[in-house]
Ligand binder design. Structure first.
Ligand code: WA2
Length: 269
């Protein structure tokens, strides 16, 4: 009968949606954990050794060989904090000029966050001031003030133009106490280690491998501001799909943000 068919359909939707949310959350978590380890790698080999034991070639090799540990990231990079008073010396040491994300020479700013080390998959970030992009800039300021990893709103990533979010970890010079104030944190900031979750293509890839993928439509939303949910993945207009829906919780490990997955049948069951 109709009632029992509906109940079976609903149960199937719940289990498919929960499975997808769990898989996505797990792959997200392992990626974040590994980026955390990369931030410690930079601290250890670039700042606790004098002279530095890290360079672009070493960073590119290490991050290339460990890319499988970060399945949802299109690449990782390290941006150094450079004050305006240090700019001239920094640029002559690097042999290049700090550029904006629009590929123009950077105008004068109080400080910059140019990428000095990058995974080969995101080579185009080299020399770009990550503070010249609104989303990246907000992430940098939040990460260094809190000492925690943070995520951006969903936005169109450089180069691919895919919808995604950026993850940022702060890197501090050594000797910062556990209970440091915001001011102390900012002053001790050496740079920012992070990368982009290419949600549009890498989540698509993940979901495509699961049974029942043709039958359901999946959305991922940033619902930090519940009155203004932001689409991170999936069709922005879900009208025309069946009314039956399942909301599965997602925890991407950023305490300041909330995310959820919504699943629907693409046709009447
Ligand atoms: N990485 C890759 N693609 C992007 C992007 C990004 N940010 N921003 C826009 N498209 C080096 O927070 C430091 C990486 C930012 C880290």
């Amino acid at each position: 009968n109709v009632a029992s068919t509906m109940k079976t359909a609903e149960e199937a939707l719940v289990s498919m949606c929960d499975e997808r949310a769990r898989m996505l959350q797990d792959q997200f978590a392992v990626s974040v954990n590994h980026v955390h380890a990369l931030a410690i790698l930079i601290s250890t080999f670039h700042y606790q050794k004098n002279p530095s034991a890290m360079d672009q070639e070493t960073f590119a090799f290490y991050t290339g060989m460990t890319a499988f540990e970060r399945p949802l990231l299109n690449g990782v990079a390290y941006a150094q904090r450079v004050l305006h008073s240090e700019r001239e010396k920094f640029e002559s040491q690097q042999g290049w000029t700090i550029k904006t994300m629009k590929q123009e020479p950077s105008p004068v700013q109080d400080e910059y966050a140019p990428v000095i080390f990058s995974q080969e998959t995101v080579f185009y970030l080299e020399a770009l001031d990550m503070m010249s992009g609104e989303e990246d800039r907000e992430n940098i300021l939040m990460a260094r003030a809190t000492g925690k990893s943070v995520l951006t709103n969903p936005f169109r990533l450089l180069e691919s133009n895919h919808l995604g979010v950026v993850l940022t970890f702060p890197v501090y010079r050594t000797g910062l106490p556990q209970d440091a104030t915001v001011k102390e944190r900012v002053e001790a900031t050496a740079g920012y280690l992070g990368g982009a979750f290419d949600v549009e293509s890498l989540v698509e890839n993940l979901l495509r491998k699961l049974a029942g993928n043709q039958d359901i439509v999946v959305n991922v939303h940033d619902v930090t501001n519940i009155s203004d949910p932001l689409t991170m993945y999936g069709p922005s207009n879900s009208e025309g799909y069946t009314a039956l829906s399942r909301v599965s919780m997602l925890d991407f490990g950023d305490q300041f943000r909330k995310h959820q997955m919504v699943c629907r049948y693409s046709q009447k069951p």
